[in-house]
Design a protein around this ligand. Structure first.
Ligand SMILES: [Zn+2]
Length: 440
């Protein structure tokens, strides 16, 4: 049997076994939860398992039996089961929040695993909510977890909030359009919103719309310009940072439900992981002219947030096309000439070039090209290779390489070189030419 066939056969076997394991675990969970008494003759609020399980938490004076009972009767919505949502959901499930609804439209990828701690290697390819549901059910069989594999839009969110009486909503997403959507819906439905974010080595946390405190729109009536917003996929994030913020989102949720004072409302917590410091910044008061929570609001139902923010409400990359077909080459065509050592310029940031790059490619980041930096390197290079005619330009997915080609064509218009964009970038190369090239 060919090696490739054997690999494929083993992979199929593993997939079948994974599915069998998932089903068996779900069955076991169902049987276990069916065996739990709802209460016992020694306590009419909790079964014996619950009293043992939550004993250390009930012993905390600020929680007590009343606080634990409030958690048991509570319903919490978590939007996003990524870097923030995983640790938040994990602690809320463990703490005994009676009903957790988790929403996410994505599937588990290898790039998620350094921070999205509910998912494991064997979950790659399955919906994140399915993976999270299994882990949360394994942690606590006494609670109910509702996994919703869907993209949250205004209509579906309002339906969800209308049908269920949520005590709190957690914003564990990483895009501005969803932030405004969740904010407006929570204001309209009078639900506190626990909002977290994390990027690189910094995290932020606050609670909006809590007891007459400000909402997100009070502080940011106008969305930021889309090109000033960086995602974890582009800027990177140390896994621990969303871990810290997600855990604190769970903490604020528990405080709201159990009515422990000093909820993080009207304040913004800034976590600096490089110095290991937490700072509290006092936020402006509620804005009486706020479009959604002010005295005469103009936003009384969700609007079109993608249009409002000029940005999409998910972090999928949209491919641009600014060059003609003659200015582009696909990865298959490129691979045919690759052995002849053509000139290849890799325009990704330096750190990405250091992570992995094509043999013989030269790093000149797009950010430098737009600032006309390091063009002398390119000029020198072209003078050495004066016999060659074509310069191939590559990036991660084929967007920046197009912008770079457009710019370089202008800069080198009087040279005899033709700049060609490699369509789909290194992602396409990994997919169609060499599967051993790392995808990130
Ligand atoms: Zn407001």
């Amino acid at each position: 049997m060919l090696k490739e066939e054997e690999i494929e056969k083993l992979q199929k076997n593993i997939d079948t076994l994974k599915e069998q394991l998932r089903q068996t675990e779900a069955q076991l969970q169902l049987l276990k939860s069916g065996n739990e008494e709802t209460n016992n003759r020694y306590n009419n609020q909790f079964n014996a398992d619950e009293i043992t399980r939550y004993s250390r938490q009930m012993l905390v004076p600020a929680i007590g039996v009343a606080g634990q009972n409030a958690l048991k009767r509570s319903k919490v919505l978590i939007v996003g089961t990524g870097g923030l949502g995983c640790p938040a959901a994990l602690y809320l499930a463990a703490a005994g929040v009676g009903e957790l609804t988790i929403v996410d439209n994505d599937e588990v990828e290898l790039t998620n695993l350094h921070r999205q701690i509910l998912h494991s290697e064997r979950d790659i390819g399955i919906p994140k909510v399915k993976s999270a549901y299994q882990k949360l059910s394994n942690i606590n069989g006494n609670i109910r977890v509702n996994p919703l594999h869907m993209h949250m839009d205004g209509e579906s969110l309002m339906d969800l909030l209308s049908n269920d009486n949520f005590n709190a909503v957690l914003d564990c997403t990483d895009n501005v359009a969803t932030r405004y959507l969740l904010n407006d819906a929570c204001v309209i439905k009078k639900i506190p919103l626990i909002s977290g974010s994390a990027l690189q080595l910094e995290g932020q946390l606050t609670v909006y719309n809590y007891k007459n405190g400000p909402c997100y729109r009070c502080l940011f009536p106008i969305p930021p310009s889309p090109d000033t917003v960086t995602s974890c996929g582009d800027g990177g994030v140390l896994g621990v940072v969303p871990g810290v913020i997600g855990v604190l989102q769970a903490l604020e949720t528990i405080k709201i439900i159990t009515e422990i004072s000093d909820v993080l409302s009207g304040r913004l917590l800034l976590f600096d992981a490089s110095a290991t410091t937490f700072r509290n910044i006092k936020l402006r008061h509620k804005n009486l002219n706020c479009e959604v929570c002010g005295s005469s609001p103009s936003v009384t139902k969700p609007i079109d947030y993608e249009q409002f923010c000029g940005a999409q409400s998910h972090d999928k990359v949209i491919n641009i096309k600014i060059l003609t077909n003659e200015e582009c080459v696909d990865v298959i065509q490129f691979s045919k000439v690759h052995d002849e050592s053509p000139i290849v310029i890799d325009v990704r940031p330096t750190v990405e070039y250091e992570m992995c790059h094509l043999t013989n490619s030269i790093s000149i980041p797009y950010h430098d090209i737009v600032k006309d930096k390091h063009l002398d390197i390119l000029k020198e290079l072209l003078s050495i290779h004066s016999k060659k005619q074509v310069v191939y330009v590559v990036c991660r997915r084929g967007n920046d390489s197009q912008r770079a080609v457009a710019k370089l064509k202008d800069q080198f218009c009087d040279s005899h070189f033709t700049f060609l964009n490699i369509i789909g970038g290194l992602h396409s190369y990994a997919k169609l030419v060499d599967s051993t090239f790392p995808i990130y």
